[in-house]
Design a protein around this ligand. Structure first.
Ligand code: HEC
Length: 146
């Protein structure tokens, strides 16, 4: 009996930790995110987040087409910090931040054109289109942080 209670307490703590870790995407303005997605992202990532055709095959110049943000892509494989950095700095800027030089990317940086809150709203909108299972998986990839 005691053991069961202990396990439940641990499970609750882990669940709380995951919720805490994914907190940047909580309570965001999803309508704003949807509008900004349509204005700023849909031209490349698709109106329905479907990405460009053959997105996993490199272009002739070695860059990649824009991947989907729906469940068929790998956006949900990344933690919130990675998604934010990629959107704010663009592919090349993010790679440089992570110590990778010489990476040529078709993903522009939006840190100059969008406020931080606007980027979070877009990412929250993208997340809101995923099933609960995928949302939970993505949340589990967010290391605990303030
Ligand atoms: C000009 C085309 C273009 C626009 C506009 C664009 N992207 Fe991208 N994006 C790309 C490409 C191309 C990639 C593929 C990764 C690479 O080559 O760096 C990408 C990759 C990404 C990734 C990484 C996805 C992953 O699975 O690794 C995120 C996150 C992302 N974009 C978010 C956004 C958001 C949010 C917007 C709108 C604010 C946006 N992008 C607008 C072209 C674009």
């Amino acid at each position: 009996m005691k053991l069961i209670r202990f396990c439940c307490a641990i499970a609750a703590l882990i669940a709380a930790g995951i919720a805490q870790a994914g907190h940047e995407l909580e309570n965001r303005d999803l309508a704003l995110g949807e509008r900004l997605y349509a204005e700023q992202c849909a031209a490349c990532h698709g109106t329905n987040l479907e990405g460009e055709p053959n997105w996993s095959q490199p272009n002739a110049d070695g860059t990649f087409p824009a991947p989907p943000h729906d469940e068929t892509g790998h956006t949900w494989h990344h933690d919130n910090g990675v998604l934010f950095t990629y959107t704010a700095l663009g592919g090349q800027g993010a790679a440089e931040q992570w110590g990778i030089t010489g990476f040529v990317s078709g993903m522009p940086g939006f840190g100059e054109t969008l406020e931080d809150d606007e980027i979070w709203a877009i990412l929250a909108y993208i997340r809101s289109t995923w099933s609960e299972d995928i949302q939970a998986l993505q949340a589990s990839r967010n290391p605990p942080h303030d």
